[in-house]
Design a protein around this ligand. Structure first.
Ligand SMILES: [Zn+2]
Length: 253
């Protein structure tokens, strides 16, 4: 059962659900066409509760990236879509067809779905301090793309990252030590002529940017599955930085 039929069966079997869905449709979209990535792709008209397989499969990686950019624009301009999470939950319960997988930091100020104004079911979300890629995360992303059909891997770092500061400072603490060791190559690789300490916000952000680019390179180098999908044009692997001040997701690659 795809998401369309899931919606239809809900409509026909539960008046409450039907009213909810109708209200969502009429209130936010009018009776309009459903376009690719639905609400992520459209800020003005069509609003669907979830991506269908046909919609997701019909998109190119570049179209998915454009939709993610448009979602961030809605978020930072203060005009996010009016989410009906209960309807989104119902529309995705029988199946998911996410268009992207986002690898981002655990920082509480950088919740990917919110800052990209996404719906339930739009994207897989992998979060780890410092947005690095280890074997388990590579496996998760291979599942997301090769098995579940996502078209884009978005690595998203952010400004003022505590994990990056910890790597710069050489913090050692339990299991955190090994995680920060995976960020340290970005510290030494960052070309920066000013003060190279965690007290210097500009340096911290430059290291975070280097770390994103290194993660993108590591994904390609360490995963033959993902590198092959990208070579075949089926996915794109891109890096980005989320700016805590201003709310912009800056695409780096
Ligand atoms: Zn962080």
């Amino acid at each position: 059962m795809n998401n369309v039929s899931a919606c239809c069966s809900l409509n026909s079997s539960h008046d409450g659900n039907r009213r909810t869905l109708l209200r969502a449709t009429l209130g936010m979209a009018g009776i309009g066409a459903i376009s690719g990535l639905g609400s992520l792709a459209r800020s003005d008209a069509a609003y669907a509760q979830a991506l269908t397989k046909e919609q997701r499969d019909g998109m190119t990686p570049d179209q998915v990236i454009d939709a993610l950019k448009q979602g961030n624009e809605r978020f930072r301009s203060g005009k996010p879509q009016a989410h009906n999470y209960l309807a989104q939950k119902q529309a995705t319960a029988a199946g998911q067809y996410p268009a992207a997988v986002i690898l981002s930091c655990i920082d509480s100020r950088a919740p990917a779905e919110i800052i990209l104004d996404g719906r339930i079911g739009d994207a897989f979300n992998a979060r780890i301090a410092g947005n690095i890629a280890n074997d388990d995360l590579l496996g998760s992303m291979e599942f997301a793309c090769a098995a579940a059909g996502a078209k884009v891997i978005l690595v998203m770092g952010h400004t003022a990252c505590g994990a990056v500061k910890g790597a710069i400072d050489g913090v050692e603490l339990g299991h955190l030590t090994g995680l920060l060791n995976k960020i340290k190559p970005a510290v030494s690789a960052t070309v920066y002529s000013g003060e190279r300490t965690s007290k210097n916000a500009a340096f911290v952000d430059e290291v975070a940017k280097t770390n994103v680019l290194q993660t993108v390179a590591n994904v390609r180098r360490q995963s033959n599955v993902l590198a092959g999908l990208e070579r075949d044009g089926k996915i794109k692997i891109v890096g980005s930085m989320y700016h805590l001040v201003g709310g912009r997701v800056e695409f780096l690659t």
